[in-house]
Design a binder for this molecule. Sequence first.
Ligand SMILES: CC(C)(COP(=O)(O)OP(=O)(O)OC[C@H]1O[C@@H](n2cnc3c(N)ncnc32)[C@H](O)[C@@H]1OP(=O)(O)O)[C@@H](O)C(=O)NCCC(=O)NCCS
Length: 190
Amino acid sequence: MLKIQLSQFSRDQEKSVTDLFTKVFAESEGEAEGEAIGSLVSKLINTTAQDQLFGFIAQSDRSDDNRLLGSIFFSSLFLCKSSLPAHRTAFILSPVAVATLEQGNGIGQQLIHFGIEHLKSRGVGLIFTYGDPGFYSKVGFSPISESLVEAPLNLSYPQGWLAQSVDGQDIEAISGATRCVAALNDQKYW
Ligand SMILES: CC(C)(COP(=O)(O)OP(=O)(O)OC[C@H]1O[C@@H](n2cnc3c(N)ncnc32)[C@H](O)[C@@H]1OP(=O)(O)O)[C@@H](O)C(=O)NCCC(=O)NCCS
């Protein structure tokens, strides 16, 4: 199996990371989706406060080949403060992509675990995502009802609203609206 190296995203990788997302989503879901996700990533990088965004990359571990193989972003999800212990913060995983020819080799799951461990070490308590429960259940996510925690926008696929606790505490009901960062605050992604 291909050996990979996982690390934190840095700003000088913006172009290669944006290109990766554009290409992977164009190949899996068509040109328009590729453009939409590429511009989402660019907007996340350029409009999100530093402490509200974490990005990670996977590269080939070979000394003669440091190709970018995958990338993932997590951004803040703002929950109603009055219904949460003050220190408990939440992030949304979105988006994640693995180079088309490298998919199915475990890179996506390794990237997600790596990102989650990093967020845990920063004291993050809850991680949400919106996607295929079949895939995300492999990395600890479970469906969550909006009666427990509302999604920040209207969901076209409510079964795709997923969460996991990473601080050992239960996911308690959180009253009130939630808010995502500006880049994700667009109904076309939900
Ligand atoms: C989804 C994605 C990130 C997964 O990364 P990956 O490296 O291919 O996945 P892994 O090899 O770690 O895991 C593969 C497992 O997940 C499953 N899986 C992969 N993509 C899936 C998908 N879109 N839906 C459901 N299951 C999926 C595979 O069936 C496989 O299951 P198995 O181990 O039981 O055989 C990658 O396939 C990708 O970039 N897809 C296109 C973009 C995308 O859909 N991104 C996610 C939405 S933001």
